[in-house]
Structure formats: C-alpha cells, structure tokens
Write a protein of this length. Structure first.
Length: 118
C-alpha cells in the first residue's frame, strides 16, 4: 500500500504546498508576526522535511520537537485553525485530493497539543 507521502505526490508536491502555505501565512496579519524574525528559507526546508516525515515519507526532519519549537509563542486555537485552513487550501492549490488533504490535516491535528503547548 502506498503511503500518504506517495499519494500526495511526494517531495515535489510538498514543496509546492509549503511555498503556497508561506505565501498565505505572510499575507495573514494574525500569523505574520510569528514569522517576523524567521529565516523563511530555513523554515521552508524544515517544513518540507517535517511534512514529509509526518506524511510517511523520508525521515529527514532534524528540527526540534513541536513543543520545544513553539514554547513561549503563546499560540492559540485560532492560530492553529488559521494555519490548518491555509494548509488545506495550499494542498488544494497543489492538486492534493480532498481525502488526502483530510488525512494530512488529521496528522497535523494530532500534534496540536504540542504545538499549542497545552
């Protein structure tokens, strides 16, 4: 059986998703401040590796755990929901099916507690 990573189109699709996601984040005034001092090239590479890993692709993510990465950011449910919405729309733009997008968002949602430090 193919993995979610394979079904969505592998690294090429994840790169498109992350690029679209970042465009949407920096255009969102509720999210943009969280990324004001972020090296977006480094962030892009981290997110591609991270999504690849949580979508059953190559295990190349070497960043910090989600709880450590987001400590002190005071992220709220509304921020998580905004990112999830942008991710869903970005996956659609990249041609990912609705079913695979839902599966991907379910995996991201499983990390919500760590991301929100709750």
């Amino acid at each position: 059986m193919s993995t979610l990573y394979d079904k969505i189109g592998g690294k090429a699709t994840i790169e498109k998703v992350v690029d679209e996601l970042h465009k949407r984040i920096v255009a969102d005034n509720t999210l943009k401040p969280f990324f004001a001092s972020t090296d977006m090239v480094k962030q892009r590479n981290h997110q591609i590796a991270f999504f690849s890993q949580i979508f059953e692709g190559p295990k190349e993510y070497s960043g910090r755990a989600m709880d450590k990465t987001h400590t002190g950011m005071a992220l709220q449910q509304s921020h998580f929901d905004a990112i999830a919405k942008h991710l869903s729309e970005s996956m659609s733009v990249a041609g990912v099916s609705a079913d695979d997008t839902k599966a991907a968002l379910d995996r991201v949602s499983n990390l919500k507690g760590a991301i929100l430090n709750k």
